[in-house]
Design a protein around this ligand. Structure first.
Ligand code: TYD
Length: 249
């Protein structure tokens, strides 16, 4: 099994964390997560939002889970290849938590503390849904694991991309090519994906101050407009800009 970290991803990681462009920082950082089922368009939309923000001179860090730091990227391969699957959902939940803890401490917290906007493709809600709800793991165990993994680093805002799983899986198949194999979590039954959709919507309903549901069935430009409007409105009210401080070039 190949467990070497994804070279392209690490290259982008290095560029985004170490090669600063001139950008202004916020008085405090802002941490936004993108969540939802397979093929809902999160990755496309997170890249579009990052480009838009960078064009407006915001200091943006784009990252993802599982992964996002060299240590967590190594764990990503173990999880998505299915190598950990035979050891059960608890083992997988612990590995996701280990990867998240490394990602939080090495990448997310330092970026938020220096005033950046952090955009993260999947985070704790994916564990709540995939390992907790559809993995059947005890809620109290998952709650404790989450606290250890995030160590207080709760997202300021979470966008939940909502889409009929049949359509999401169709899109995901087109994206990877019909002949390539689905990953460990994508390959599960439609009923499981439907349960995940319901679980994401339940989180959004329970935490309306953090979560906003995005209708991902619309065309990508429409979704982009909705995402942009929601995020900029939140930034304006909740994260005022510091006096346009320029970061080192
Ligand atoms: P990935 O290839 O990053 O694709 P996408 O986010 O576009 O689906 O796959 C990540 C997979 O890992 C996805 O099936 C969801 C799953 N996952 C969990 O089960 N728990 C988690 O905590 C995280 C972050 C992801």
């Amino acid at each position: 099994m190949d467990v070497s970290p994804d070279a392209d991803y690490l290259e982008r990681y290095n560029q985004s964390t170490h090669a600063w462009t001139k950008a202004f920082r916020l008085a405090r950082g802002f941490f936004i997560t993108f969540e939802g089922g397979e093929g809902a368009g999160k990755s496309t939309q997170i890249e579009r939002l990052a480009s838009k923000m960078r064009a407006k001179k915001y200091d943006v860090l784009l990252t993802r889970e599982p992964g996002g730091s060299p240590g967590a990227e190594a764990v990503r391969h173990v999880l998505l290849s299915g190598a950990a699957e035979p050891f059960g959902p608890k083992m997988e939940a612990l590995l996701f938590a280990a990867a998240r803890s490394d990602h939080v401490e090495q990448v997310i917290r330092p970026a938020v503390e220096r005033g950046s906007i952090v955009l993260c493709d999947r985070f704790l809600d994916s564990s709540r849904v995939y390992q907790g709800v559809t993995g059947g793991i005890d809620q109290a165990f998952m709650d404790r694991l989450e606290q250890v993994a995030i160590n207080g680093m709760m997202p300021d805002m979470t966008l939940i991309f909502d889409l009929d799983p049949a359509e999401g899986l169709r899109r995901a198949t087109v994206r990877r090519g019909a002949e390539a194999a689905a990953d460990r979590f994508e390959k599960e039954t439609l009923a499981i994906h439907q349960a995940r959709r319901a679980a994401f919507l339940a989180i959004a309903a329970a935490e309306p101050e953090r979560c906003i549901v995005i209708d991902a069935a619309a065309d990508p430009d429409t979704v982009e407009n909705v995402v942009t409007a929601a995020v900029f409105a939140a930034l304006e009210t909740r994260a005022p800009a510091r006096d346009r401080q320029v970061t080192p070039a």
